[in-house]
Design a protein around this ligand. Sequence first.
Ligand code: MLT
Length: 263
Amino acid sequence: MRLYTRSAGEGLPVVLLHAFPLSSAMWLAQREGLAEVCKVITPDLRGFGGSVLGGDVPSLDVMADDVVRLLDSEGVDRAVVGGLSMGGYVTMALCRRHPDRLLGVILADTKAGADPEAARSNRERIAAAVLQEGTSVLLKELLPGLVGQTTVRSRAMVFGRVRGLVQSAPPTAAAWAQRAMADRPDSFDTLRAIKAPVLVIVGEEDEITPPAEAGAMVEAVPDGRLAVIEKAGHLSAIEQPEAFNRAVSDFIAELAGGSSPRG
Ligand code: MLT
């Protein structure tokens, strides 16, 4: 499995893993805004964007191993690895399976707990519905919660862009990923064991993985810091890209032992 990947910039490798049911297209503003401070590597997770799905049983571990194979193929030994929401779940699986590959970790708008039974059944219902009816179920049930109230009220272009990204999700990948997410374990022990510095980011209006989830993750990791993005919901990187990029570039500067090039 070779992941289709868009990269920009040079220097410290920073891998960013996308949310469900999007693709690396969601990181456009990060490729543009962070290329001056690092090498931004944004793969399409299997089944999404330009990456094929393959025949494996649904699993976030499989997705994490895909990302490590990508690092191998790019000749990258260690990287900052981060992800937003589903991308964060994949990042935590990677922390569990490949801790020696990490220079730093970014967990954005995600959570460390496993799904309760009701949420697992709901994911199976959505997986079956998306295979039968296509992405309309995602537009109806998931899209409204993906962005915050500020974006819904005053940023129609951003909402429209997110809608377009959701609409282009391949149904087979969406079903596969729902089943993979349903199967994920609790990751709090994984967080406690992370040796690398961790940046947790959350949109203050995130209703899917609210600031309390971010607070619990920061408390669990040995070396954590928290950035709360104002006027952003679940897709903070798309809704407030400048604030998101500032948080990431400050973190990169801290890892490099200097002050942020953005001040
Ligand atoms: C995402 O944005 O990736 C999803 O909200 C993750 C999830 O369904 O738990």
